[in-house]
Design a binder for this molecule. Structure first.
Ligand code: ATP
Ligand code: MG
Length: 426
């Protein structure tokens, strides 16, 4: 029996991918744009292991979250330690930051990461068991300028990738005091509706009623429509933080909607939370989300530093790009495809193709096809710009023809000056 890929995962292929967004050139392009944009905002890359001790996520993400309760890939290693594939990046970055005492090297820190995350979910379009996230973490600044910066960075990445028609929703979930006050008001409102709520929401009623606002159940959504707004329960400090954030976003030309139903699924959020939505993906309409989590680093016995971050799913970003028919540049393709005819020509071409490559000119050579038309087909498949057919005549005269594979035009070329000639065509 053929062994197949695990459910909910996919391959990223150079060609022949079942769906266009699974082509590796798109991933390389998106990652390049992301890295450049992150650098423009002063964020530096951090890479953490793809698995961690399970307690890290229990403590960092929260025991009552869907991610920890239902979605983690948890296993024991041979020494019976419980490990989990990372379901998200924030807890790992905080752990690494504390473990390496990076706080001693400065008072503010800005990191970004790109990599695979693992969640045991029901696979469907836009929802996978291995997906990839680009995320940032900014530590040390408590003021709303930091919140505005990360939102701007996220939107700038989308803009540079060409994404259109995105909606930015922002909210404040307040500080601990605001939430305590709001929790009481929310419970009071929800109580008469308790029996109509979905089972999930009923389970959250006592433990974490705010998350009922985030429910995907249609009837729950109707019920919470008329729920009291957290924005009316903010402490003066949380309120000022939110108002300043909104005016900063106005100032730098970011349009957004204040949406008091956004709470985010993770337990660690405080004050600002935000999501970026698209209408081009069907059910999975959130492409990126984040917020502030000022208490998180302290939870890992690190310094009590304020923190904010976001994560965006690369699959969903690429799917929106494909839905919006955004053109992307291709990766490097061969400038020249050598087609040798006969043994002697193979030897000569092999030296030529090596010389091109040693001079940073992308080049390839036909080593298998016996007939010229088949070799040209291979050159076209490799997306080479030119091909050069070398037989005994060309070898004797030292002159050959460079054939443009798309226009079919030919120009003469001297074999002993081929590198200079090709350089002029790069
Ligand atoms: P959702 O509400 O769609 O389940 P989430 O709140 O669980 O999302 P986050 O934990 O905020 O998502 O993850 C950040 C981003 O990662 C999401 O906005 C989304 O783009 C992407 N993402 C999350 N889970 C998946 C998944 N299973 N497959 C693909 N992308 C995902
Ligand atoms: Mg989820």
């Amino acid at each position: 029996m053929k062994i197949q890929i695990p459910k909910g995962t996919f391959d990223i292929l150079p060609y022949g991918a079942p769906e266009e967004w699974q082509l590796s050139c798109l991933w390389q392009y998106a990652e390049k744009v992301i890295r450049e944009t992150a650098a423009d905002y002063g964020y530096r890359e951090i890479r953490t292991p793809i698995y961690e001790r399970t307690e890290l996520f229990q403590r960092g993400v929260g025991e009552t979250t869907d991610i920890v309760m239902k979605e983690m890939f948890t296993f024991e290693d041979r020494s019976k330690r419980s490990l989990s594939l990372r379901p998200e990046g924030t807890a790992s970055v905080a752990r690494a930051f504390v473990e390496h005492n990076l706080s001693q090297l400065g008072s503010t820190h800005k990191f970004f990461y790109i990599g695979p995350m693992f969640r045991y979910e029901r696979p469907q379009s836009g929802r996978y068991r291995q997906h990839h996230q680009f995320g940032v973490e900014a530590y040390g600044v408590s003021g709303p300028q930091q919140d505005a910066e990360v939102i701007d960075l996220l939107l700038q990445v989308y803009k540079r990738l060409g994404l259109k028609n995105l909606k930015v929703h922002v909210n404040s979930v307040g500080d601990l005091e605001s939430r305590k006050d709001y929790r009481a008001a929310l419970l009071h409102y929800l109580k008469p509706h308790f029996h109509e709520l979905s089972a999930d929401s009923q389970a959250r009623f006592e433990k974490n009623p705010l998350r009922i606002l985030d429910s995907k159940d249609p009837h729950d959504k109707e019920i919470v429509q008329a729920a009291p707004s957290i924005l009316n329960h903010l402490t003066p400090e949380a309120k000022e933080h939110f108002q300043t954030l909104c005016s900063l976003l106005d100032q730098i030309g970011i349009s957004y909607e204040v949406d008091d139903k956004i709470v985010r699924g993770l337990d660690y959020y405080q004050k600002t939370v935000f999501e970026v939505m698209t209408e081009d993906l069907g059910a999975q309409n959130t492409i990126g989300a984040g917020g502030r989590y000022d208490g998180l680093i302290g939870q890992f016995e690190g310094p009590d530093l304020p923190a904010i971050g976001f994560a965006t799913g690369l699959e969903r970003v690429l799917q929106v790009m494909m839905a919006q028919k955004i053109m992307t540049p291709k990766g490097k393709r061969p400038l020249i495809y050598f087609i040798p005819i006969g043994e002697e020509a193979v030897q000569k071409c092999f030296a030529l193709v090596a010389a091109c490559r040693h001079n940073h000119i992308a080049a390839d050579i036909e080593l298998q096809a016996k007939k010229v038309p088949a070799a040209i087909q291979n050159g076209l498949r490799a997306e080479a710009k030119y091909c050069c057919i070398l037989g005994s005549d060309e070898l004797q005269s030292g002159k050959a023809k460079l054939k443009d594979l798309s226009t079919r035009e030919e120009k003469p070329i001297l074999l002993d000056q081929i590198i200079q000639a090709l350089r002029g065509l790069c």
